[in-house]
Design a protein around this ligand. Structure first.
Ligand code: URA
Length: 186
């Protein structure tokens, strides 16, 4: 396991998969390294690739609004990262080989943060971190404990931009996350 500085440098120099050829920036993660809650998306989009920060495009603005509903703020009391740290071309889903090449870095980040709660943003993160046959439509908002961490998944903010009919369920899921934080006295 690497410390934050070693891990950040290793990620910034990574050439373990093909995504390194087209990236402008490695998108490492952002937030409080001691946060008790962590959010994981799937991978950087165009703006994230250009700016080197997760969730800074339209979906990111919506994520910030969602966080505010449950009294969270990306800088102060949560940590945000992605399954893959480099942008997949045309925002396609990251390939299995790309996820495999990158997941160790995220696991190292999780080990360093030691969150009590981990929220997967969308099906790609949920399938990778909760169960490989996870069904987001059926299972979003449900809780499961894994390696001592309370895990759930909610719809990805990009899905909520495309389909506003998913927003009421997501609001309920956000309240459930706030309730879990309250129960755990976080
Ligand atoms: N979508 C993601 O899954 N992650 C980001 O960082 C931005 C958009």
């Amino acid at each position: 396991m690497m410390n934050w500085e070693e891990l950040r440098q290793t990620c910034n120099r990574c050439t373990q998969c093909g995504l390194c050829d087209s990236r402008h920036n490695v998108v490492f993660g952002v937030g409080n390294e001691n946060a008790r809650i962590m959010f994981v998306g799937e991978g950087p989009g165009e703006q994230e690739d250009l700016q080197g920060q997760p969730f800074v495009g339209r979906a990111g603005q919506l994520l910030d609004d969602m966080l505010r509903i449950i009294d969270l703020d990306r800088k102060h009391n949560c940590y945000i990262a992605n399954i893959v740290k480099c942008r997949p071309p045309q925002n396609r889903d990251p390939l299995e080989v790309e996820q495999d090449a990158c997941i160790g870095y995220l696991e190292n980040q999780i080990a360093l943060v030691q969150p009590k709660i981990l929220v997967c943003l969308g099906r790609i993160a949920a399938m990778r971190l909760i169960r490989d046959d996870y069904r987001i439509t059926r299972e979003h908002g449900q809780w499961t404990q894994k390696n001592g961490i309370w895990m759930t998944a909610i719809y990805h903010p990009s899905a909520l931009l495309r389909d506003v009919s998913k927003r009421p369920e997501t609001f309920d899921d956000l309240l459930s996350i706030r309730e879990k934080m309250r129960q755990l006295e976080l």
